[in-house]
Design a protein around this ligand. Structure first.
Ligand SMILES: Cc1ncc(COP(=O)(O)O)c(C=O)c1O
Length: 447
């Protein structure tokens, strides 16, 4: 039987052809680093519900979920209807419009920290603005962030997860970024105590990459206390967790209220969009009127051609109305739990040193942790080396797993989510695809 790789190359010939063309146009043939795939990526023609279809008609159960933006699934009717109606009304007025108010009011009704709201075009932009606001508010310069936590690709936060220097980032920006180990309140306290120039602490409130290196509520409470003590702005990056882990995000679930919250993905109903929400006195640094009242002649700048554009507003409103019910969150959590359990049963049955873990609707894979005989139920990510969690295990095994799953009709990444459109049948089919791939990997002598 041919190897998994040669099966992949044979099954996706048309994709390979497109990839060759793309390679001559785009660096690495791709348009976002997250889509890098060896030896070439698959190309999608359309999607619906919990599935998407490749250019050769092959069906995939999709666990990328629009990188976390599609809580409900692909093309939910309420959002399709809202966007279709809006596209006929206009896509860009270069003016204020009523939908932006309705959209922001829905956010305020859900997110406790949202005293004021400012829309952006993406999560990266939201964090860029939040950090600028924190600097302006405190008069300090540095950003304290945590190993592995992702906050978009802007200069202040794109430092490699391990703090490795990225080309193209000025030394002055590197000097203004402090990287702490995750979940280590003593390390944070030491930094805040010794460095009076720290403007903000930013983190993903359920941990790096929405829980690859998980964080718990206790750490969030400790951070809240310590940042208040040192006069440092606490930013929750709820770009993934917002509306997903509860209608009011991680801050509602853990009852810890940050000064600023950044949102994107679900907030815009699966279309491009984001927001910074938070304390009135911080957001008001953008307000010309408020700054004039304080006798100031300058303000924090924020512009954006597509900020609060009517299409994203229409999609966001439709999404948040459904989010508010709490139903999709319960569904995705249940589906993810079933999937994690099912996959772990297969891992235990084959005595692999792999584990599938995660909380809420998140599915994280660690493929090759190096402890033979460890049952998946005994795996506790809080007791694990965070650098190993971040590596996600053995690259060769990970790659073969991905090819095998795609060949078996499942598109899942090592950090995936369930969508409300998934069915129990999808979960069963995913388990069968996983078991088949494990058999192939054994046949290939990989495990
Ligand atoms: C936690 C988190 N913050 C920020 C971002 C960046 O958002 P965007 O891709 O919309 O710029 C992402 C994107 O995946 C994210 O997961």
């Amino acid at each position: 039987m041919p190897s998994i790789l040669s099966q992949y190359e044979q099954a996706f010939l048309k994709d390979r052809e497109l990839a060759q063309k793309a390679n001559s146009i785009f660096p690495d043939g791709i348009t976002s680093d997250g889509r890098y795939t060896e030896p070439f990526p698959i190309y999608i023609s359309h999607s619906q519900g919990g599935k998407k279809w490749g250019i050769n008609g092959k069906e995939f159960i999709d666990y990328w979920g629009g990188n976390g933006a599609l809580l409900l699934g692909h093309n939910p009717p309420e959002i399709v209807e809202a966007v279709t109606a809006q596209v006929q009304q206009g896509t860009h007025y270069s003016a204020c419009h009523p939908l932006e108010i309705q959209w922001a009011e829905l956010i305020q009704s859900l997110i406790p920290s949202a005293e004021k709201v400012r829309f952006t075009n993406s999560g990266t932009e939201a964090n860029l603005l939040a950090i600028r606001l924190a600097r302006a508010y405190t008069g300090k310069h540095k950003v304290l962030r945590f190993f592995g936590h992702y906050h978009g690709w802007q200069d202040s936060v794109i430092l490699g997860a391990d703090g490795a220097i990225e080309p193209g980032i000025p030394q002055s920006v590197l000097d203004a970024t402090i990287l702490c180990p995750p979940n280590d309140i003593e390390a944070v306290e030491k930094c805040l105590h010794t460095d009076p120039d720290i403007a903000c602490v930013i983190l993903e409130p359920t941990g790096a990459c929405s829980g690859v290196i998980p964080t718990n509520g206790e750490f969030l409470s400790q951070l809240r206390e310590i940042t208040q003590e040192y006069g440092v702005v606490l930013i929750f990056d709820e770009i993934i967790t917002g509306f997903r882990i509860s209608p009011g995000g991680a801050q509602t679930y853990y009852q810890v209220i940050p000064d600023l919250t950044t949102l994107a993905k679900i907030v815009a109903g699966g279309l491009p969009g984001g927001a910074v929400v938070g304390k009135k006195e911080i957001l008001n640094l953008i307000s010309r009127k408020e700054q004039e009242k304080q006798g100031r002649t300058t303000k924090v700048s924020h512009l954006g051609t597509f900020s609060a554009n009517p299409l994203s507003a229409a999609a966001g409103i439709a999404m948040l109305k459904i989010v508010k019910t709490g139903k999709p969150q319960a569904q995705v959590n249940q589906l993810a739990q079933e999937l994690r359990r099912g996959l772990n049963a297969i891992i235990d049955e084959h005595r692999l040193d792999w584990v599938v873990y995660g909380e809420f609707s998140c599915i994280k894979f660690l493929i090759g942790h190096g402890i033979p005989g460890l049952k998946t139920a005994d795996f506790n990510p809080y007791q694990w080396d965070y650098r190993q969690l971040s590596s996600r295990g053995n690259p060769q095994l990970r790659q073969n797993l991905r090819w095998g799953l795609l060949l078996n009709g499942v598109d899942i990444s090592l950090s995936s989510v369930t969508m409300a459109a998934h069915s129990t049948a999808d979960i069963q089919q995913t388990m069968a695809a996983f078991a088949q791939t494990v058999d192939w990997m054994k046949a290939d002598g990989l495990i």
